[in-house]
Design a protein around this ligand. Sequence first.
Ligand code: NAD
Length: 515
Amino acid sequence: MASLGQQAPVAGNGAGATATIEVENPATGELITTVPVLGAAEVEAMAARARAAQPAWDVIGFEGRAQVLRRAQKWMLDNAERVIDVVVSESGKTVEDAQLADLGYTVSALGFWAKQARKYLADERVPSWNNPVVAGKKLIIRYAPAGVVGVIGPWNYPIANSFGDCVPALAAGNSVILKPSEVTPLSSLLMEEMMRECGLPEHVFQVATGDGSTGAALIGHVDCVMFTGSTETGKSVMKAAADALIPCYLELGGKDPMLVLADADLDRAANAASYYSMNNAGQVCISVERVYVEEPVYDEFVTKVSGNISRLRQGPPTGAGAVDVGAVTFPPQLDVVQEHVSDAVSKGAKVLVGGHSRTEAGRFYAPTVLVDVDHSMKIMREETFGPTIPIMKVSDCEEGIRLANDSSYGLQASVWTKDVERGEQLARRIEAGVVTVNDAQMNYSALNLPMGGWKASGLGSRHGAAGIRKYTKVQSLLVTRRAPKREPHMFPYRARRTMMLRRAFKLLYGRGSRD
Ligand code: NAD
């Protein structure tokens, strides 16, 4: 893998900013570069430029915008090594984790929204013939761009969960300002460079580097905000959006349960549990964070998972295939993981694999398997967001469902059984925005399938029609072509017409509701 060195993207909008952020490589502890923290005035100026640029981008139309997005798709593939390099350097994740999600998801999203925006945002005709009050009038639903969209992103997928959410907003004809995480801003700056090179008009996509204060400032200047991050910050974002009276969409934390039934394909379930709890070093909002296994297969499942996880290689991601599990990207996250493991152990949990941080120059936590866990422990109740897999024995699937739902979160969940009909029925009883049967995380690749959290995991969703319509203002049009000079409900009011209308209502609605 090439070293980032001179290729680190440069922040271009920092004129006037005084504070800076040091961006480090979590796998080596090395300083990569610094980027400016944009203040309120810079964000305001940026928003004014975005607002001025937006109408022309809207006028270009779906095909014009699709051409730019397709050029970006090609650019990403042509520059795959550089893209992966930047993501790996500032996140400490493996080349494979960066390739699958940050590169793979984003190139797929660029193509998907380039093609589907027109379909999802086409004018819709709604019938008027079935309502005598408006019969004959033309009724249309139109999706107009929101204007300037603010996207605020986390550090765990510096491209997929930041720029990835900008793509449908751009396809819908909006200008976008992206506030990336202060921990991983370089990937977003690279996306800004990419969009410039691909012919996106100036100021239609801008990156506002900075910390929480920059994100907070942004909310006051945009027409809607798409936030991905922790539940705690999500609440602050929603309060700020209420003050600004703009819509906000929140993709927040999770504590995804995996329910393994006695008739599951145990090898597949164990391999999936090992992978989907440890990919991206467990720093995935839809990571398998807790597992419930029916008693008859519990021991065998634990043996298989422990074997898999004890064989994982961890360390600095020096190239493709070098390691399986990368670094802990965000310094405080290491404390959270450590605290959850210690809390569990102090309450009786047993560590079968790992259970400690590592001492090399970078920031790592060993892949960890825990058993003898229960719901008095933080590791079963709070988002750990690290390479841990706590496994709990349940007497039957009813107990598993009850425990799966015993959570403030409701992002995703999975059910594992060879009886897929039963699996689907059980899935419908789990309180989560997405439930997979004999799978996990793969729904994220189905861009036509909505993905969003229930309970404390979020509001609204990405992907599918809802994933682009949220970046629009709905406008309803009613067009009257032929009509009398004066309609019966108009002035002047006359008792005879009033009674006539009352009889008409009785006739229309007296025998129950009409459409
Ligand atoms: P975070 O909430 O700490 O920060 C997210 C972003 O919000 C950052 O860019 C930060 O600078 C900004 N921010 C902080 N305070 C702000 C404020 N007051 N106003 C506006 N912006 C503010 O989250 P994080 O630690 O970067 O990310 C990890 C979290 O993200 C985890 O909880 C994870 O589950 C969640 N996540 C969710 C999804 C999903 O799709 N549901 C996807 C990825 C990550």
